[in-house]
Design a protein around this ligand. Structure first.
Ligand SMILES: C[S@@+](CC[C@H](N)C(=O)[O-])C[C@H]1O[C@@H](n2cnc3c(N)ncnc32)[C@H](O)[C@@H]1O
Length: 229
C-alpha cells in the first residue's frame, strides 16, 4: 500500500482530477466541500482551539480548508506513504505538523476531532477494527470521529473508483458494515450522513445537500461517532 501511493505521489492531484472529470469538479472543490460539511456538522468547533488529526492525510489537501473553517485548530496529519507525507509537509502552511505513520509523535496527546477521508477502502478490511480501536483511544472524552467514505451503493462512485489508477486496491465498504464495526469499537452517538449528490452541471442544487443526508444515493457518506469515555 505504501508503495502504491509513493508511486503516484508526484502526480496524485492530476490523476485524481482526471478521475473526477465525470463530476465536473476538481480535487480542491471536494477538499473544501468535505471540511465545509464538517463545519456544518460541528459548528461548536469552528472557533475553539481544538486538536485535529487528519489520519491518512495524503498530500495534505485538507490542510488549507481546515485552517479556513477551523482557524484555531492545531492540525496533525499522518499517512502510511512517506512520499505523501513529504508532499503534505511541503504544502503545510505553517499551521500544522505531519508525521509518518510509523512515528510515535502523532500518537501523543488526545484529539478533539479525528477525520479519516477516503482512506479505509485502501486498508485491508481485516485491519479495520484494530485501527478503529487505536483511533478511538486517541480521542478526548466526547471527541468526534468522522469517517468519510465512497458510497458503494452509488453507481457513479463505483465507476469512478473502477477507472481510477490508484484505486486498484480499493475495496468499498458499506455504510452499515462500517457502522457495525464502529459500534464494536465502542463509539457512541453514531450516525450516517450521505453526501456529494450533484455534479457541477447541477451545482445550483448543492445547497440542498444538508437536507438529503438520509438518502443513501449520495456519492459519498460520512460516518460520525463520539468517544463516550
Ligand atoms: C485517496 S488518499 C486520501 C488522502 C486524503 N485523506 C484526502 O482526502 O485527500 C488515501 C490515503 O490513505 C493512505 N493510507 C492507506 N493506508 C493507510 C493506513 N493504513 N494508515 C494511514 N494512511 C493510509 C494512503 O497512503 C493515501 O495517502
Amino acid at each position: 500500500m505504501a508503495k502504491l501511493f509513493d508511486k503516484f505521489s508526484n502526480n496524485y492531484k492530476t490523476l485524481l482530477d482526471e478521475s473526477l472529470h465525470i463530476t465536473g469538479f476538481d480535487t480542491d472543490y471536494f477538499a473544501t466541500a468535505k471540511i465545509r460539511a464538517l463545519a456544518r456538522l460541528f459548528p461548536e468547533f469552528c472557533q475553539r482551539p481544538i486538536r485535529f488529526l487528519d489520519f491518512g492525510c495524503g498530500n495534505g489537501s485538507l490542510q488549507n480548508p481546515i485552517t479556513k473553517f477551523f482557524p484555531q485548530a492545531a492540525y496533525v496529519g499522518t499517512d502510511l506513504s512517506n512520499e505523501m507525507v513529504q508532499q503534505a509537509r511541503d504544502l503545510n502552511n505553517g499551521s500544522g505538523v505531519v508525521f509518518e505513520l510509523a512515528s510515535e509523535q502523532w500518537r501523543q496527546g488526545a484529539y478533539d476531532v479525528i477525520f479519516v477521508a477516503n482512506v479505509f477502502h485502501h486498508i485491508p478490511h481485516t485491519d479495520h477494527l484494530k485501527i478503529l480501536k487505536e483511533l478511538r483511544s486517541l480521542l478526548t472524552h466526547r471527541g468526534k470521529f468522522i469517517l468519510w467514505e465512497h458510497n458503494p451503493w452509488n453507481p457513479f462512485t463505483r465507476k469512478i473508483v473502477k477507472d481510477c489508477i490508484f484505486d486498484k486496491d480499493a475495496v468499498l465498504i458499506s455504510p452499515l458494515k462500517l457502522k457495525k464495526l464502529c459500534k464494536m469499537t465502542g463509539f457512541s452517538q453514531m450516525r450516517i450522513v450521505f453526501t456529494t449528490f450533484f455534479p457541477k452541471s447541477l451545482r445550483f442544487m448543492v445547497p440542498l445537500e444538508p437536507w438529503l443526508g438520509w438518502l443513501p444515493l449520495g456519492g459519498q457518506y460520512i460516518l460520525v461517532g463520539e468517544n463516550p469515555e
